[in-house]
Design a protein around this ligand. Structure first.
Ligand SMILES: NC(=O)C1=CN([C@@H]2O[C@H](COP(=O)(O)OP(=O)(O)OC[C@H]3O[C@@H](n4cnc5c(N)ncnc54)[C@H](OP(=O)(O)O)[C@@H]3O)[C@@H](O)[C@H]2O)C=CC1
Ligand SMILES: O=C(O)CCCC(=O)O
Length: 476
């Protein structure tokens, strides 16, 4: 019999009396667990609970909240391997990546346990001799967090840790495909002594839960990571109650490899960025622009490295690329590859499914002779495909790289400092990996320009998203 996980509302674990949703292991397609399927009633109860807990939690000192966050961090650290295994089973990514993600996720808790103590205000010199200007920051209130399946731990802590550190309480809905890691993290928060009602987690109908939270004026902040399409729905709905919002949405990251680049560094950077989570991240390299003079050498080295990558069940030793999340994901990759090949792209490596059990596995794939009108050059592939094209000048490549509604991450490989600065300034992206294929870290601001979203997560920028600014004008 599969385990049924429970949900936490107002300090009580509930779930037995609801319908359930099956959680599948993407490597085997087996049902590995079930979670309750709740809707509007429980979504509203979760807000009641968070709202009730708000005054006490926000009145705690930052030190007291920080201590509880540290306790939560330590419990996660103790169970990192177990959580990693659970995440590999529900999400598919290799164990080395899931354990890495647990540590990355825990880094946000660690960072915000400290950062909560540094929510400083200002005293601003007044132009009136008989007045003083004080500015202070207060928690925004109840926060609703909706998270995706591609980072089942990090997307939870990147939102919940700064919210809690700022003095907010949270209602959380993880993705239906990967709720187990999230529930496990909340269980550890409960065990750490974070008071009842401060974190509430529910699973179920995303549209009903999203609507309920959007309409509820007690929810003062909505934070979401996922598709641009859903982000736009949530932004429209949140406008009714004028909530603060953070949206971390899709991307279409260009990689620019200049003729002076260290090719070895560029190849490793592309591989690091592209094949993390089998290409299912919004900052993954989506299209590679290589200077025409080094195309052959770059592709040759890239093929050599890509050939070494091992595809299979992420629980097995030595696996680099696990299964894609579901059948729609692999069909999308196939569609992008076949469209490109039909229009004249050249297959360098891969291009096929890999038959391993029942999972949806796809070979790491490299195609060249790609043109800007192909689907893969315009839509997020969210899979292990590297399309390579060439360019001849700096201006041309910046213009082509910026020609997209997205603006999340971009990558530059060059050894020339002037070019590095010019390109970094010219690219309309929130994140630049300059000779770096892995820019994500808890201390830095993560977020996008244009249709890649609003707001930033991580670093001190990340906590500002959970604060209101209050100005007190004092007559003396
Ligand atoms: N920026 C990023 O990190 C991500 C980008 N994507 C992109 O989006 C594509 C689609 O992925 P998908 O998982 O469908 O992403 P979605 O945007 O559909 O899902 C992300 C989260 O939003 C929830 N959700 C879905 N619809 C609504 C709604 N109407 N109201 C409130 N919440 C909602 C989902 O719940 P539920 O799971 O219950 O449906 C999930 O928790 C990917 O192929 C990729 O291109 C996807 C994931 C992450
Ligand atoms: O948006 C995503 O794909 C999740 C975040 C990835 C990261 O933190 O690197």
């Amino acid at each position: 019999m599969v385990k049924t996980y429970e949900l936490l509302i107002n300090g009580e674990w509930i779930g037995k009396r609801y319908d359930h949703i099956d959680v599948l292991n993407p490597a085997t397609q087996e049902v590995m667990a079930q979670v309750p399927k709740v809707g509007r009633v429980e979504a509203a109860k979760a807000v009641d609970s968070a709202h009730q807990a708000l005054s006490t939690w926000s009145s705690f000192t930052a030190q007291k909240r920080g201590k509880l966050l540290e306790k939560w961090h330590d419990l996660i650290e103790d169970e990192a391997e177990l959580i990693g295994k659970l995440m590999t089973k529900e999400q598919g990514k290799p164990l080395k990546e899931t354990i890495g993600e647990v540590n990355y996720a825990n880094g946000f808790i660690d960072w915000y346990a400290e950062e909560g103590k540094r929510i400083y205000g200002d005293i601003i010199p007044s132009s009136h001799p008989d007045k003083r200007i004080f500015v202070q920051h207060q928690p925004v209130g109840v926060v609703a967090a909706i998270t995706p399946w591609n980072f089942p731990a990090a997307m939870i802590t990147r939102k919940v840790a700064p919210a809690l550190a700022a003095g907010c309480t949270v209602v959380l809905k993880p993705a239906t495909q990967t709720p187990l890691t999230a529930i496990k993290l909340v269980e550890l928060a409960d065990k750490a002594g974070i008071p009842k009602g401060v974190i509430n987690i529910i699973t179920g109908s995303s549209s009903e839960i999203g609507k309920t939270w959007s309409e509820d004026s007690r929810v003062r902040k909505l934070t979401f990571t996922g598709s641009t399409e859903v982000g736009k729905i949530l932004m429209r709905d949140a406008a009714e109650t004028m909530k603060k919002i953070s949206l971390e949405l899709g991307g279409h990251a260009p990689v620019i490899v200049m003729d002076d680049a260290d090719i070895n560094k560029a190849v490793n950077g592309v591989i690091q960025s592209k094949f993390r989570n089998a290409g299912q991240t919004c900052i993954c390299a989506n299209r590679v622009y290589v200077h025409e003079s080094i195309e052959q050498e770059f592709i040759h080295q890239l093929n050599d490295e890509v050939k070494k990558l091992k595809v299979g069940n992420g629980l097995e030793e030595g696996i680099d690329i696990g299964p894609l999340i579901d059948r729609y994901a692999i069909e999308k990759v196939e569609h992008h590859v076949s469209d490109a090949l039909k229009q004249g792209a050249k297959l360098q490596f891969g291009g096929q499914r890999v038959e391993v059990g029942q999972g949806h596995y796809y070979q790491p794939t490299v195609i060249s002779n790609v043109t800007d009108d192909m689907i893969c050059m315009n839509e997020e592939t969210f899979g292990p495909l590297i399309p390579v094209t060439t360019f001849s000048s700096e201006d041309e490549v910046v213009q082509r790289a910026n020609h997209t509604p997205y603006g999340l991450a971009s990558y530059i490989f060059t050894e020339n400092i002037g070019r590095a600065i010019r390109l970094s300034e010219g690219l309309e992206y929130g994140i630049i990996g300059l000779n770096d294929g892995a820019p994500s870290t808890p201390q830095a601001p993560f977020g996008g320009f244009k249709e890649s979203g609003l707001g930033r997560e991580g670093g001190y920028y990340g906590i500002e998203e959970y604060l209101e600014t209050k100005y007190i004008s004092v007559g003396i």
